[in-house]
Design a binder for this molecule. Structure first.
Ligand SMILES: Cc1ncc(COP(=O)(O)O)c(C=O)c1O
Length: 460
C-alpha cells in the first residue's frame, strides 16, 4: 500500500495540474508537504489515502449537499449510463433532461420556466450574459450589453464569467478580459462605508448604487446585474433587509435583467431550493450548478423567464449557444434522484430547523480575540479574522500569507476539518457543510476551529 501511495504522490507531482494551486507547497525540494489525496467519503466525512478522517466543512466546494457515499445517487447514474450514456441537447432531447427541466422550473420562483443546462456554474454565468445580450438585440434595444456585478464577488473563471468577477487579483494575469463589466458595492455591513449601524439604510444605499452605475453607464447600454443571494467571496455577505426588493425596482425602472447567481446558494444551502425564495425576490434569470446533483455528476443550469425565451420561439431565430456535456443524461438522472432525496428526506426543512443551532454554535467563537465577525445564513457561514476586534483592523499581506497559507489551512486540515481559509477579501474561514449535518457536526467544527484559532492567535 505504501508503495502505491508513494507512486500516487509522484504521479500527482509529475502530472496533475491542480486548480488554483500553489504547486511549490507540494514540492519536497522546496520544503513542500505531500499532496492531500482523498480516497473516500461517507456521510459528512472524507477519508484520505492514509485512512484519516476529516469533517467535510465545505461540502467539497459548496457541492455535496446530501453528503458522500450515497448508493441511490450512484445507482441512478449507473442505470442511466446503461440505458443511454450520451445524447446532446442540440435539437434533440432525452427524458432525464426534459423531466429535470420541468422539475427545476416547478421549484423556481414566478415564471422562471425555461431551463438551459450547462456543465457547471461558470458556463451558466456565461450563458446568462449571452442570453441578455441576444435578447435585447432581438427586442429593439441592441445597445444593452454591459454587466454590473459586486466588488469581490466570484462568478467563475471563463473569460466572460471572470470579467464579471469582482476580484482584480484573479483577473490581472488574464487581462484584457471581455470588456463592458462594472462593479457596484457589495453588502458587507461589517465594513460598511456608510450606514453601518442601520441595516435597512445600508441596504437601500447599496442597492441605489446600482442605479447610480446604470445612470453613469447609460441605461441603454446596461443589460444585466449579477448578484448572489448571499455573496460568498469576502466571507458570506447576506442581503440587508429590503436590498433585493430595491434592486428589483431599479431593474424594472431601467429594464436591466436581474441575474441571481445561485451556483452556491440554491438547492438547500439556505434552506430553500433557491436563495431568491428565501429573501423574497423575483429574478429574471437564475444561474445554478453544484448542489443540483450534490456532486454525484457535474451539471449546471440557467433558468430564464418565459419573456426571455419568447423571441427565440419565433421563425428562424436560434440561440446560437450550447455545450456538448450540458444536460448530460447521467448528470440529469442523478439530479432527479438528488431532488427526490431532497423531498423524501425533507432536506430544506432540516436546514431551516437547525440553522439557528449552527449559528449559535459558531457564534461561541466570538469569545476569541481573533474572531471579528460570524456571518451567514442557512448552512453557509464566513468567520472573519481580525487583528483587533475593537478597531476591526485586518491583517496585512505578509500576515495573511503567514496566517492563512502558512498556518491555518494546514492546521485545520491536520486537526480533521476540511474547509477553506480565504483572503480574496478580508481573511475569512468559509464553512458550508453537507446539509445532513446536525449538532454533533456543528460542535466538532466549533471545537476544531477553537483549537486552531487559539494557536493562530498565539503565533501572531
Ligand atoms: C457564485 C458562483 N458563480 C459561478 C461559479 C463558477 O462555477 P464553476 O466552478 O462550476 O464553473 C462559482 C463557483 O464557485 C460561484 O461560487
Amino acid at each position: 500500500m505504501t508503495g502505491d501511495l508513494d507512486q500516487l504522490q509522484q504521479q500527482a507531482r509529475d502530472h496533475l495540474w491542480m486548480h488554483f494551486t500553489r504547486h511549490s507547497t507540494y514540492d519536497p525540494a522546496q520544503g513542500g508537504a505531500e499532496v492531500p489525496v482523498i480516497v473516500r467519503g461517507e456521510g459528512a466525512y472524507l477519508y484520505d489515502a492514509h485512512g484519516k478522517r476529516y469533517l467535510d466543512g465545505l461540502a467539497g466546494l459548496f457541492v455535496s449537499q446530501l453528503g458522500h457515499g450515497r448508493a441511490d445517487l450512484a445507482e441512478a447514474a449507473a442505470k442511466q449510463a446503461r440505458q443511454l450514456a450520451f445524447m446532446p441537447l442540440w435539437s434533440y432531447a432525452h427524458p432525464a433532461a426534459i423531466e429535470l427541466a420541468a422539475r427545476v422550473a416547478s421549484y423556481a420562483p414566478g415564471d422562471l420556466n425555461r431551463v438551459f443546462f450547462t456543465s457547471g456554474g461558470g458556463e451558466a454565468v456565461e450563458t446568462a450574459w449571452k442570453l441578455a445580450k441576444n435578447f435585447f438585440k432581438l427586442t429593439g434595444k441592441p445597445g444593452k450589453h454591459k454587466v454590473l456585478s459586486r466588488t469581490i464577488a466570484y462568478h467563475g473563471t471563463t473569460q466572460g464569467a471572470l470579467s464579471i468577477t469582482g476580484l482584480p487579483v484573479m483577473k490581472a494575469p488574464f487581462e484584457p478580459l471581455v470588456p463592458s463589466t462594472f462593479r457596484v458595492p457589495n453588502t458587507n455591513i461589517y465594513r460598511a462605508p456608510i450606514h453601518g449601524d442601520d441595516p435597512e439604510a445600508f441596504g437601500r444605499w447599496a442597492a441605489d448604487q446600482i442605479a447610480v452605475a446604470i445612470e453613469n453607464e447609460g441605461a441603454d447600454t446596461v443589460a444585466a446585474v449579477y448578484l448572489e443571494p448571499v455573496q460568498n467571496s469576502g466571507g458570506c455577505f447576506p442581503p440587508p433587509p429590503g436590498y433585493f426588493q430595491r434592486v428589483r425596482e431599479i431593474c424594472d425602472e431601467y429594464d436591466v435583467l436581474m441575474v441571481s447567481d445561485e451556483v452556491i446558494c440554491a438547492f438547500g444551502r439556505l434552506g430553500h431550493m433557491f436563495g431568491a425564495e428565501r429573501y423574497g425576490y423575483q429574478p429574471d434569470i437564475i444561474t445554478c450548478a453544484k448542489g443540483l446533483t450534490s456532486g454525484y455528476a457535474p451539471l449546471g443550469a440557467m433558468i430564464a423567464t418565459d419573456r426571455l425565451m419568447e423571441p427565440f420561439l419565433e421563425g428562424d431565430t436560434t440561440f446560437l449557444h450550447g455545450y456538448t456535456f450540458g444536460g448530460h443524461p447521467v448528470s440529469t438522472a442523478v439530479a432527479l434522484a438528488n431532488l427526490d432525496a431532497f423531498e423524501n428526506e425533507k432536506v430544506n426543512e432540516h436546514v431551516r430547523d437547525t440553522e439557528g443551532d449552527f449559528r449559535r454554535t459558531l457564534e461561541k467563537l466570538l469569545d476569541l480575540p481573533i474572531v471579528g465577525d460570524v456571518r451567514g445564513d442557512g448552512f453557509f457561514y464566513g468567520i472573519e479574522l481580525v487583528k483587533d476586534k475593537t478597531t476591526k483592523e485586518s491583517f496585512d499581506d505578509d500576515e495573511c500569507e503567514k496566517l492563512l497559507r502558512g498556518f491555518l489551512s494546514k492546521a485545520l486540515y491536520e486537526n480533521g476539518l476540511y474547509c477553506r481559509a480565504d483572503d480574496r477579501g478580508d481573511p475569512v474561514i468559509q464553512l458550508a457543510p453537507p446539509l445532513i449535518c446536525d449538532q454533533q457536526h456543528f460542535d466538532e467544527i466549533e471545537q476544531i476551529l477553537r483549537v486552531v484559532l487559539e494557536k493562530a492567535w498565539a503565533q501572531l
